[in-house]
Design a protein around this ligand. Structure first.
Ligand SMILES: C[S@@+](CC[C@H](N)C(=O)[O-])C[C@H]1O[C@@H](n2cnc3c(N)ncnc32)[C@H](O)[C@@H]1O
Length: 271
């Protein structure tokens, strides 16, 4: 039975990975995000503040309250967002989204959630909790994983076996690596309105070998972020990891290699 609750862990390398990830995916994650006319934003599951810094740069008019359960992540976020906090642009708080309680509940006119719902045992409860913090007319944006969509060419059995173990372990740790596809149902059940879902995809092939290698390596790093817990739980062996690494090299340089992955962006409002 898995005993750790967070598959990526809280190491320094994982904290750096979150910042690199936010930059790599920024153009797609922020495409079409509209916070004009909004003033007060709630970010849930802010981690080390990787997205918070981008939000501050892109939407300097917003007053942002970012919350996370982990003291370690919040400590890193406080360092990373020093100047934004000093300017009064951002406030950080330790909160469990499963029992979210803010003293200014009902006053947020916008919310931002990114790569977060996969880690909570009850996303519906969290969406209801977030709704209680929002004011009438507020808009929420969620970008969430849909790990079933990963496709790699040439066939990479060790990579896929490791990925299947990663996703299965996350599921057994009460997370949901496929939550992106469920966002429509979840938002609907939680009582949100004007729900829109978009499938946002990355498809890289021989037309763009540099980007293809970058995204293969990016995914390789995601897989490695779970290796300590996967090894501890006996889900993968050192030999499988070596094979997965060897396949990664091939995927990054093979002539007709393909990388494909899709995530889901949901937008909704509150009555
Ligand atoms: C993958 S990180 C994403 C961080 C950030 N949104 C980003 O894109 O860089 C997920 C974060 O969710 C936080 N988290 C997990 N369960 C939580 C909960 N119940 N309440 C609040 N935060 C939680 C973790 O501590 C972690 O920092």
């Amino acid at each position: 039975m898995a005993n750790s609750k967070y598959i990526h862990g809280f190491s320094k390398s994982e904290q750096k990975r979150l910042i690199a990830q936010a930059h790599l995916l920024e153009s797609k994650v922020y495409e079409g995000l509209d916070y004009s006319g909004r003033h007060k934003l709630l970010e849930v599951g802010c981690g080390v503040g990787a997205q918070t810094k981008i939000l501050c740069r892109r939407f300097p008019h917003l007053s942002i309250h970012s919350v996370d359960l982990s003291e370690v992540q919040l400590h890193a976020a406080a360092q990373y967002l020093k100047s934004e906090i000093k300017k009064g642009q951002v406030r950080l708080s330790q909160q469990d989204a499963m029992a979210l309680k803010l003293d200014d509940a009902g006053t947020y006119d916008s919310a931002f959630i990114c790569w977060f719902f996969e880690h909570v045992p009850d996303p519906l409860k969290v969406l209801k909790n977030i709704k209680k913090q929002l004011s009438p007319g507020a808009r929420i944006y969620c970008s969430e994983v849909f790990n079933q969509t990963l496709y790699l060419e040439p066939y990479a059995p060790a990579f896929q076996e490791y990925w299947a173990e990663f996703n299965d372990l996350q599921t057994r740790m009460n997370g949901d690596p496929f939550v992106g596809a469920k966002l429509g149902n979840l938002l609907h059940k939680a009582g949100y309105k004007n729900i829109q879902l978009e499938v946002r995809d990355y498809l890289y092939d021989s037309r763009n070998p540099k980007a293809r290698a970058t995204y293969v390596e990016y995914f390789h790093q995601i897989l490695l972020s779970g290796q300590d817990v996967l090894l501890r739980e006996g889900r993968v062996t050192k030999s499988l990891i070596q094979k997965m690494k060897a396949e990664t090299k091939i995927l990054k340089s093979a002539k007709d290699a393909i990388f494909f992955y899709a995530y889901i962006r949901a937008t909704a409002t509150v009555d």
